[in-house]
Design a protein around this ligand. Structure first.
Ligand code: ADP
Ligand code: TRP
Length: 313
């Protein structure tokens, strides 16, 4: 089985766009690989400065993944900062790549343009991510489209190292997740936490109802496009057709049906998340076990790397 690794930097409350765009395609593939899911807590320090928030975000990522059904018999969930080799290897890569090369990063420029502090960690972000991937010889790296360039950076880091010190790292392949395309938000624009137009994945029935009732419906036409596009994520077109035909012009009825379908889908995951959150030490234990497994692989790799660069006497 090929090794798969992906990293999750916590970024607030998940919405159904995240689920169908990123989580679902991941859930569909991870069991066919030897899978590692990393909580990228050091990456999150590039933007989060409040220790309580950092802690909560680590816990939330683990709960989210377990709640949507990641099976620990088929995946290792671990915490980046618990495997010190990540920052160590990142440093070695930083000494191999140039500042102008890192300056080409779209993610860095976008984040700074959005007002994030241009700290050196944010600038070096791609080399830490390269270390995350290359330490494990991960061949499959499922990520969203926005991470394509980061995979290129990882390939280049592998290349630079191999050229300087001899064949050591495998060049990873990105696996750009083909999700359901862009899930629209309640205003018809891309659903995004930055636009405040989301339907939360673990929302209560009240929150789901409120969000669905606020979906903008087109004033002409019999079928409310936005409602229908979201509804298609939960039911087949064949199932939906008769209902929308019957509800022609009656937007409220279609929305009520959508609320019902989202609620049926979300309720078990929401309940599971609550149940998991109540289990004392669950998150700590999952991360401790996972990090131990990851560490063994990373440590073996770093013995070779240290020797090759000449720091082992
Ligand atoms: P947001 O836009 O809410 O900030 P993120 O940028 O954190 O979401 O996205 C996390 C993952 O979810 C990405 O891989 C992205 O491709 C996916 N995603 C986010 N919003 C949508 C959407 N509206 N439709 C489909 N996929 C999405
Ligand atoms: N940069 C990724 C994101 O924002 C998270 C990440 C960190 C990652 N390290 C990784 C993804 C390694 C894949 C592999 O989504």
């Amino acid at each position: 089985m090929k090794r798969l690794l992906t990293g999750l930097q916590s970024s607030g409350t998940l919405h159904i766009g995240n689920y169908f765009g990123a989580l679902k395609p991941f859930l569909d593939t991870y069991q066919n690989h030897e899978s590692f899911l990393m909580v990228a807590d050091y990456h999150s320090l590039t933007s989060l400065k409040d220790p309580a928030l950092v802690r909560a975000s680590i816990e939330n990522v683990v709960l989210d993944y377990l709640a949507v059904g990641v099976d620990l018999d088929n995946a290792t969930i671990f915490q980046q900062s618990q495997v010190h080799e990540h920052t160590e290897l990142a440093w070695i890569f930083e000494c191999l790549v140039t500042v102008p090369f890192l300056m080409q990063s779209h993610a860095y420029k976008d984040k700074v343009a959005k007002g994030l502090e241009a700290n050196a960690g944010l600038f070096n972000y791609p080399m830490l991510m390269a270390a995350d991937i290359l330490l494990y010889d991960a061949e499959v790296v499922p990520v969203g489209e926005d991470q394509r360039q980061h995979i290129e950076y990882a390939r280049e880091a592998a290349n630079k190292f191999n050229n300087a010190y001899g064949e050591t790292f495998k060049e990873p392949q990105g696996m750009i997740l083909e999700g359901t395309g862009v899930v629209p938000g309640v205003d018809g624009k891309k659903m995004s936490k930055s636009y405040g137009n989301t339907i939360p994945l673990f929302g209560t029935k009240e929150e789901i109802t409120k969000a669905v009732l606020s979906i903008v419906t087109d004033s002409d036409g019999d079928i409310p496009t936005n409602v229908y596009t979201i509804h298609k994520l939960f039911k087949t077109e064949a199932e939906l057709a008769p209902m929308y035909e019957e509800n022609k012009g009656k937007y409220k009825a279609s929305k009520d049906a959508l609320i019902e379908d989202i609620e049926n889908f979300v309720a078990p995951m929401r309940a599971r998340r609550l149940e998991l959150a109540a289990q004392k030490d669950l998150i700590k234990n999952v991360l401790a076990q996972g990090s131990e497994k990851a560490r063994a692989i990373a440590q073996a790799k770093m013995l070779d790397v240290r020797s090759k660069v000449g720091i082992t006497l």
